[in-house]
Design a binder for this molecule. Sequence first.
Ligand SMILES: Nc1ncnc2c1ncn2[C@@H]1O[C@H](COP(=O)(O)OP(=O)(O)OP(=O)(O)O)[C@@H](O)[C@H]1O
Ligand SMILES: [Mg+2]
Length: 189
Amino acid sequence: MNVVTSSSQPNPGVAKAVKAADELVVNVQGLNHYFGEGENRKQVLFNNTLQVGPGELVIMTGPSGSGKTTLLTLVGALRSSQEGSNCVLGKELKGLGAKQLNEVRRQIGFIFQMHNLFDSLTAFENVKMSMELHGHKSRDMRREIIKILSRLGLGERIYYKPRQLSGGQRQRVAFTTSLGSFPAVSDSV
Ligand SMILES: Nc1ncnc2c1ncn2[C@@H]1O[C@H](COP(=O)(O)OP(=O)(O)OP(=O)(O)O)[C@@H](O)[C@H]1O
Ligand SMILES: [Mg+2]
């Protein structure tokens, strides 16, 4: 698995730390992860290291099955860390319980590989529900959602359900739901 960041650190897995630990948004050190039990136990992450600073764009590439999603779900507080240090937004995630992981997760925006939209809700309703779940409050949420979806070229599809949208259109709705965790949503697109 390779990781490239916008700060031209070709592989933080082997590069020296360039930032103090408290400046990092993500600071993964020596992370191992295993799936399965007993004889079926299989290691999928091997001593992974990843450091991401504020505002850095990171691209992770690697063969199918090499552990990209596993690493991202650990960093995203979507599963419990087993071995090594997984420090995100200044908090060590290893050892946290489900409730504490949930609190960290609420500060992170996700776009899943599988779009995870609700089939029975329209694009507008999917985005609205995500914003409400993230505690986003606005007197004019309806206008904000329509503005974001229109900017992403979905102006004609706001009240369509996922199955009536193309793969790319669904991904853009999913992207918009991931913004639900940010304040000032309409300014961040
Ligand atoms: N819940 C699970 N239980 C058991 N094994 C799993 C589980 N999730 C993933 N794996 C295995 O862990 C390995 C890494 O999977 P992962 O989904 O992280 O790969 P990936 O790099 O994201 O692949 P892709 O490019 O296909 O999305 C694979 O061999 C996969 O079969
Ligand atoms: Mg994957």
